[in-house]
Design a protein around this ligand. Structure first.
Ligand code: ATP
Ligand code: MG
Length: 549
């Protein structure tokens, strides 16, 4: 219900609703058009949720179209990853996978059409000169000496371009629009350039490739996209989008609408920048759990449903906004609180010896796997030596300290009440052991002691050593995306590896299922590094109780 409410309140929903109401369209058709030059990130998830959900709500269709106009040998590497990520998010595109390159023939014919209408010409100035002559917002554009070539000459030259008779960079095709336009993009934009590169699909059929602006609107039109949704930086391009479609007179004219990009606090979203982090080996790859790629946050334990809910709740507007990390965490924590298995782990261990507990005795304690969900029970072993967190003991505590200290009682989670008697230190003054007594006669759930602090523990004999990977914000600056020197704000402590112990109850199913290590946080097993006798866990989100320690 919530989800529905939020989607229906966004401005694009309202536009579509009206378009259908006034019978402008019989049904709607959207598309998601990624460039296969990296993995999908949370920003893409926002666009995916928008496009696919609108199609779903209005019983329309949503295409997946790879924008592969720019030949790049790496394209193939990313295509399957992107498809898998969309499916994982819970969406399925209509019909076959599409590619802008499917339309290279049609796009080429439209270029010829523009030349024949005297609306495009072959430019032979260098790219540098083209850029210089284009001017800026404050500087007027200057016409190229090649602008007034005859149609016939342009047709011959464009044919030569296509046949590989020009060197890369020595010619391009430009639209003939208006060099004085207040919109710089409309000052004779480039439509085709020469690239002697193998294309992952069309191989060496072409050595001229359309620009994004030229191919995108035509591809939308060929696919009968009714509402072409993109991010705000394409607002200016809309003029060109509409100009091209009008001048090549396609059968169908889609309409473009823009919404703001998603930015995440203390993080970066752009693929280009993420690639720099990977190339510089500051992160381990596209699926490093610290970066906001879907592969990264999935490895960290984020679920598709939590991401969908997050994307739907942040809404669609035209205002630039940066989302806080806590907002993202909120949705996953809500879900994990409900469905993660509870287990006990001790990360920074302190040995506790229970002096009045029989030496070799092992007591089996049955514990629920979840405080209120029926997720079964498990047995943990309690014995004379146990580990607790070092931070759960203080030699000289303040009055309000509620955990273990000398002469004070504390409750061991799911187990007995204990009192600390004395400590042992090494020659550096570091506490090595705490000697305690336990109260075998106090029932484990005695309400009289309900105000006592509760601490978690793991048997010293009955445990598995494990690795815990704690993740923190990627940058120390809240808006690194906006900075040229963003790398100098990289948080060197964004990954901290800790070692500790977990109760022996870790089972196969925990590998694909979230766990909460009680009083620490939610974790997800790292499949790439997991060993049965030495499991590795990625932190999804800390519990607030842990933050306060
Ligand atoms: P990047 O800068 O990360 O490469 P992009 O816009 O170039 O982003 P594309 O693969 O071309 O990436 O994007 C596919 C679709 O996803 C586009 O419609 C684009 O507008 C949308 N998109 C990309 N990044 C974001 C974002 N941060 N927020 C919302 N939508 C986004
Ligand atoms: Mg891009």
């Amino acid at each position: 219900m919530e989800k529905q409410k939020k989607i229906t309140s966004n401005f694009i929903y309202k536009i579509i609703h009206k378009d259908l109401f006034i019978n402008k369209y019989k049904y709607i058709h959207t598309r998601f058009p990624p460039e296969p030059n990296g993995y999908l990130h949370l920003g893409h998830a926002k666009s995916i949720c928008l496009n696919f959900n609108l199609a779903k709500i209005f019983k329309g269709k949503c295409n997946l179209r790879f924008d592969d106009t720019n030949p790049n040998t790496k394209h193939e590497k990313y295509i399957n990853k992107i498809k898998n990520d969309i499916l994982w998010l819970g969406f399925k595109w209509d019909g076959k996978t599409r590619y802008s390159s499917d339309y290279f023939d049609q796009i080429y014919n439209f270029a010829i059409k523009l030349i024949k209408k005297n609306l495009a010409y072959v430019e032979e100035l260098s790219l540098k000169e083209v850029r210089k002559n284009r001017g800026s917002l404050t500087r007027k554009g200057k016409q190229s000496p090649y602008r007034n070539r005859k149609i016939k000459e342009n047709l011959i030259l464009f044919e030569k371009m296509k046949n590989g008779e020009f060197k890369e960079g020595s010619a391009c095709l430009r639209a003939k629009i208006n060099m004085q336009s207040s919109c710089v993009l409309m000052r004779d934009p480039i439509l085709y350039r020469i690239r002697f590169k193998n294309h992952h699909r069309t191989k060496n059929k072409w050595c001229i490739y359309p620009t994004y602006d030229f191919s995108h609107c035509i591809s939308d039109s060929i696919e009968n996209i009714t509402h072409s949704l993109c991010t705000l930086e394409f607002q200016e391009n809309k003029k060109l989008y509409n100009w091209i479609l009008k001048k090549v007179s396609t059968d169908f004219v889609p309409k473009q609408y823009e919404f703001s990009r998603m930015n995440l606090e203390y993080s970066i979203m752009s693929k280009r920048k993420l690639k720099i982090l990977i190339e510089k080996k500051l992160v381990s790859g596209w699926n490093d759990p610290r970066i906001p790629t879907l592969a990264g946050i999935r490895r960290r334990g984020y679920t598709a449903s939590s991401i969908r809910e997050f994307c739907n709740r942040i809404g669609i507007t035209k205002q630039e906004s940066t989302i806080s990390e806590s907002m993202l965490e909120f949705f996953i924590k809500k879900e994990l609180n409900f469905n993660s298995y509870r287990l006990m782990a001790v990360i920074n261990p302190l040995l506790l010896i229970i002096e009045n507990f029989p030496d070799e005795y092992e007591e089996k304690i049955e514990i629920s796997n979840h405080p209120y969900n029926n997720m079964g029970k498990r047995t943990v072993i309690f014995n004379k030596k146990i580990y607790i967190e070092r931070s759960d003991f203080m030699e000289n505590p303040k009055l309000e300290y509620k955990r273990l200290s000398l002469g004070k009682k504390v409750k061991l989670r799911n187990s007995y009440i204990i009192k600390a008697n004395r400590i042992e230190k090494n020659k550096h003054g570091y506490i090595t052991k705490v000697y305690c007594n336990y109260y075998s006669n106090i029932k484990k759930n005695n309400y009289k002691f309900s105000k006592l602090g509760i601490i978690h523990w793991v048997s010293e004999k009955n445990n598995i050593p494990a690795e815990f990977r704690f993740y923190d914000r990627l940058f120390t600056h809240p808006n690194p995306e906006k900075l040229d020197n963003f790398l100098s704000f990289f948080n060197k402590d964004s990954l901290i590896i800790k070692h500790g112990f977990i109760e022996k109850n870790i089972k196969k199913h925990h590998i694909n299922y979230p766990v909460q290590f009680e009083r620490i946080g939610y974790f997800f097993a790292d499949k790439f590094n997991y060993k049965k006798d030495y499991p590795v866990f990625n932190l999804t989100a800390k519990l607030s109780s842990y933050l306060n320690r």
